[in-house]
Design a protein around this ligand. Sequence first.
Ligand code: NDP
Ligand code: 2IT
Length: 450
Amino acid sequence: MEFKSEYLQRVYDKVVKTNPGEPEFIQAVGEVLESLEPVVAKDSSYEENGIIDRIVEPERMISFRVSWVDDNGKVQVNRGYRCQFNSAIGPYKGGLRLHPSVCPSVIKFLGFEQIFKNSLTSLPMGGGKGGSNFDPKGKSDGEIMRFCQSFMTELSKHIGADTDVPAGDIGTGAREIGYMFGQYKRLRNEFTGVLTGKGLSYGGSLARTEATGYGLLYFTEEMMNVMKNDSVAGKTIVVSGSGNVAIYATEKATQLGGKVVALSDSNGYIYDPNGINLDVVKQIKEVERKRIKEYVDRVDGATYTEGCKGIWTIPCDIALPCATQNEIDAESAEILIKNGTKVVAEGANMPSTPEAIAKFQAAGLLFGPAKAANAGGVATSGLEMSQNSERLSWTFEEVDAKLKNIMVNIFHNAYNASKEYSEEGNLVAGANIAGFLKVADAMKWQGIAY
Ligand code: NDP
Ligand code: 2IT
């Protein structure tokens, strides 16, 4: 990548050189540094304090063996990670991904993005991420439990309610968080808010399950209201994925009067012109843990197509990618634009490639970047931490109202930063800049030796 700033160019070139074989991490860094051009041009203190040099280097990257015994009595070995990226504004905070594609590049890109996302929430949380290349698909409950216990046996040495607070992500939901919490408590003899996304009977927060998807729609509604005097009501919507984020994005989109017509998993997608029946989806995904294609056997008029990329060929007003990174490439972006899509908001982390984002922006679509649009999950994790600290539980309505307020504020902060530093409405730049400024200020105050 080419930068106008000699300082940013030097930092970027070093990141490329020192992180070989890590394309996702380099992609995430490149996007943020590009957004920071006007910031470093305006204020030389970022260079003088080495802020950018330091912010791209994780404070700590932990990698460890996770061995466990499967149902046939055979020993299995996976690799676990925790990337403690930045603690300038609070304890490290971010999810744990369990997926065969997990590797240092994926964990570091997610940890890096989390720094800016968490800053945008306005809550005191640093950035981190972890996970394992363990594949939860097809594993029995006992195997999941034994993996989670082994994973936590090592992870427990590095985390704590005031140090690092992990949560869910792909492949990690309430079941996995429960097993991990139980093992942490057993090892440390401590009942603390060391994880978020916990069950309601042992310190979880109401509305955390719904938070990322609901937050995505609160953000989208505000973006459409302010920037186009429009709303979600009456719009046709395509949502990719069918996991936690996709399900609750669909629920809130429907409550706001939109019609979600498609969902997917990594094998293929369903199309239901009558609007997705979410009770059926919840039964298939949350209760039975089956594949999304089951839907067409249970709902008349719905169709299933193999291959997940084809979901972006379905005409829609609003596209909400809620599955995984780089799921919308330039080709899919062109199809969406040609089909008249007006809004793209990212529920997943980095789901659009840089080439796809450039096409959306050139075509004048409203584009809500992940760091801002999906921050509702971690924001509500922050609210769970607050409730754990005061040993009280808030009602669903209280948490949901705070979540909505946070998402509306994130939109305005990103929008205002875009006006001050970049082109008005470039929310990629606005979110990166607004997230960066607070962390950079905290790093300046805290000195250099870390
Ligand atoms: P889940 O595990 O609940 O669901 C993931 C969904 O995405 C599944 O439908 C899965 O399909 C699909 N998917 C995963 N990997 C791929 C792939 N390589 N190709 C195609 N589809 C894929 O995870 P979440 O819903 O929690 O997470 C979805 C996204 O949202 C991730 O990017 C995550 O980082 C992000 N996110 C999550 C937050 C949270 O609070 N949970 C907060 C903010 C962001 P299959 O079953 O076939 O694997
Ligand atoms: O990507 C994310 O923000 C998450 N997976 C949620 C992290 C959290 O700590 O709740």
